[in-house]
Structures are given as C-alpha cells and as structure tokens.
Design a protein around this ligand. Structure first.
Ligand SMILES: [Zn+2]
Length: 180
C-alpha cells in the first residue's frame, strides 16, 4: 500500500495532494450486486485542489468490469473511463447549493474512504443499457459468430425483436404483412 485509503478530504484538497492506486474487482463490495463476475480492475487517481474558492477532488478512473449485455444476456467487458471533479461541501446547505448549480459534490469528510469514493463514482456513471458494441459483436451471443448464424434468426441481433413481432403478426420469415 503506497497510501492510506482514508483521507482527510478537505485538507487533502487544500494541500493539492495526489494519490493513486489499483483496485481489484473482488474488493469492490459496493459494486458486487451489479457485476456478473468480480473480475476486473480499476486504477484511480485522486487529485486535490481548490477551484473557484472551493476545495474539491479530481477523479480519474480507468479499467474494466464485467457486466451483463442486455442484448444477449452474456458477460461483457465494460471499459471504465471516468474523469470527473467533485466539490467538497461544508455542510448540507452547501451540498444543496452545489446540487442546484448542477455541480457534483459530496460532504467534506475527515475520513473519506477512497475505495468508496471510487465505487460511488463508478455507480453514478453506470451504463443504463450495457450492450456489446460493434467492436465486440464476435463476443455477443445475440449477434452470432458466423454468417450462417446471422442468416438464421436465433443468432441475429434483432432476433428477439423478430420474435416479438411474429408473436402478434404471425409472419414467419421476418416479412411483415401485418394488418393495421
Ligand atoms: Zn451481447
């Protein structure tokens, strides 16, 4: 361990301190419910500073985690890349003010847990509908691995959609001659 994982946040910010570290997926207890598998790794860098007269923390988080693809329900690697800044609020009123201004803020704490800070930030940026993207289609079960699979509907990305329209339309080969 090159640093303490608990910092006095405001003092850290005012001193312009900096620290970094790496977290293995297995340690991310607050994210566990959202992960398909607790592999993965996040590296983070936290930089203290004072911006606009207010202490804050700059956060850079990079790495990957395993989440569920909503298209094929398989496991997908979510590349995490977060670059954000949070203001350290003095009290609840200060927190509300920042909120009104659309500024990310947390209550300044003398015992801020960096692991929790990183986890909270990752949760805030969590993808709403994670899907294998165009570069990962080989891994996406719904996209099929070969041309043959693609031709047959079970492997097609829109197979689920096709099934849905067949259910009410009755068309078999994807040709829709639905009566309106
Ligand atoms: Zn997928």
């Amino acid at each position: 361990m090159s640093h303490d994982r608990v910092i006095d946040s405001v003092a850290f910010a005012r001193a312009g301190s900096e620290c970094h570290g790496t977290l293995e997926g297995a340690r991310l207890t607050r994210l566990a419910d959202n992960l398909v598998d607790r592999q993965g790794e996040l590296s983070y860098r936290v930089c203290g500073g004072v911006w606009g007269g207010k202490p804050g923390l700059g956060l850079e988080i990079e790495g990957w985690l395993l989440v569920r693809c909503l298209r094929c329900l398989g496991t997908m690697r979510w590349p995490v890349r977060i670059n954000n800044r949070v203001q350290l609020a003095r009290d609840e009123a200060d927190l509300d003010r920042a909120d009104d201004e659309g500024i990310d803020a947390i209550l300044g704490s003398e015992t801020l847990d960096l692991v929790e800070l990183v986890e909270d930030e990752v949760l805030l940026q969590w993808p709403i509908a994670p899907r294998h993207d165009v570069h990962q289609l080989q891994e996406c079960n719904a996209a099929g691995g070969s041309e043959g699979d693609l031709r047959n509907s079970p492997g097609h990305p829109f197979a689920a959609l096709g099934k849905l329209s067949r259910r009410d339309g009755g068309a078999d080969e994807g040709i829709q001659d639905k009566e309106v």
